[in-house]
Ligand binder design. Structure first.
Ligand code: IPM
Ligand code: MG
Length: 406
């Protein structure tokens, strides 16, 4: 016997969900313009440590940030501000993904540096509240999740543009248990949301001279939402005649990232939320692990920069938090600098990270007392960024590594 009452209840929930998404579409139609950081009297950078190893690696990265922006901080053009309250304990206390007062403080900042936050899943000791990441991305409308991956000696220079507010994540905490036996989740694609992420990817491809975009879906199976993604890609691509583009399915793309004959050809990827989540971990692994990868969450008004990995509570439990690798957060700092217009400082920091992590390796992070502490590593990066011969050192290493590959 089909449970008609359960269907009715589910329809009601579904109706609510549709209403919220349609209201969102209306908001998207009236989006603010991009913030012009060069016009601000003072740029406010919020730093929230998060959970687990978050406060440790965030603090290490903050030192790098404050070193590189020291002149502007001294001149009162930049303020770096601590934002409390994004811990799992506090979130559970108020039973919210992000406590209201914390959200208010975040909204007073222009850009945010955020440590990893614990995301409870079913079965964890914490109540199953929504992820703070996902909530922040949605609340601040940080629609473009940009994740660069570069391995110069393998010829890899990728930039992922992951849609960050829709797809399977949009209502990921509001799926419906229709009955005990039937659970349904939803995948959301709006015209506005899809178009803006594609434009972000194509714009970057054009401005950076990469001139090549790969749009990744599973449109042969997920025909409606991924189909929409692909249709809009076709339309957007017409505005960028100089940018070559193609489309791939997510499954074969995960394989091709491991194919030395193909992978160095890829440059810019644009893809829906969940595929972007998965494949950027794979890409980061090729670069040296998720600990080496940073992530920019960009919206027109706000932007947030973070690691791509979680809060590693086990490292804290085992007393190893100070050995956690801060490079993902330092990479996030580089992305922040680039975003706020400090392009040269960002470039130098990226080079210094390559030299420290991939080439010179005077200090190595192992996650335990066999390696350096995060604090020591941050100091090493700060020293390296100041080397007058940094550019040459970097280039020599890249050339030597590339020669070895051949
Ligand atoms: C990421 C993370 C997050 C995500 C989690 C922590 C919610 O995996 O930033 O990739 O799934 O987006
Ligand atoms: Mg992820």
């Amino acid at each position: 016997m089909v449970d008609e009452k359960a269907i009715e209840a589910a329809q009601k929930q579904y109706g609510e969900l549709l209403r919220k998404q349609l209201e969102r579409v209306e908001r998207l139609k009236n989006e603010p313009d991009w913030t012009d950081y060069s016009k601000l009297d003072k740029l406010i950078i919020g730093v929230c440590g998060g959970d687990g190893i978050g406060p440790y690696i965030c603090n290490d990265a903050r030192k790098v940030l404050e070193f590189l922006l020291a002149d502007k901080i001294a001149a009162g053009k930049v303020e770096v501000r601590n934002i409390d309250g994004l811990t799992i304990e506090r979130r559970v206390e108020v039973m919210k993904a992000i406590p209201d007062d914390t959200m208010e403080e975040l909204k007073k900042c222009h850009v945010i540096l955020k440590g990893p936050t614990t995301t409870p899943k079913k079965g964890d000791p914490w109540p199953n509240i929504e992820s703070a990441n996902v909530a922040m991305r949605k609340e601040l409308d940080l629609f473009a999740n940009i994740r660069p991956v570069s391995v110069p000696e393998l010829g890899i220079n990728w930039r992922f543009f992951r849609e960050n507010t829709e797809g399977s994540y949009a209502v990921g905490s509001n799926g419906i248990n229709v009955t005990d036996d039937l659970a349904i989740d939803y995948c959301v694609a709006t015209t506005q949301g899809t178009e803006r992420i594609l434009r972000a990817g194509f714009d970057y491809a054009k401005k950076s001279g990469a001139n090549y975009v790969s749009v990744i879906t599973k449109a042969n199976i997920i025909k409606t939402t991924d189909g929409k993604f692909l249709n809009i890609a076709e339309k957007v691509a017409k505005d960028y005649p100089e940018v070559r583009w193609d489309d791939w399915f997510i499954d074969i793309t995960t394989a091709k990232l491991l194919d030395p004959a193909r992978r160095s050809a890829f440059r810019v990827f644009v893809l829906p939320n969940l595929y972007g989540d998965i494949i950027t971990d794979e890409a980061a692994q090729i670069q040296g692990g998720v600990g080496t990868a940073g992530s920019a969450n960009i919206g027109k008004r706000y932007a947030m920069f973070e690691a791509i990995h979680g809060s590693a509570p086990r490292m804290v439990d085992e007393g190893r938090a100070k050995y956690a690798d801060p490079c993902s957060m330092i990479k996030a700092v580089a992305m922040m600098l680039e975003h706020i217009g400090e392009v040269e400082k960002a470039r130098k920091l990226d080079m210094a990270l390559d030299v420290c992590v991939q080439f010179e390796k005077r200090l190595v992070m192992t996650g335990r007392d066999t390696g350096a502490t995060g604090e020591e590593f941050a100091k090493y990066v700060i020293e390296t960024v100041q080397r007058p011969d940094l550019e040459k050192v970097w280039k020599d290493y890249v050339d030597a590594a590339a020669a070895k590959q051949q």
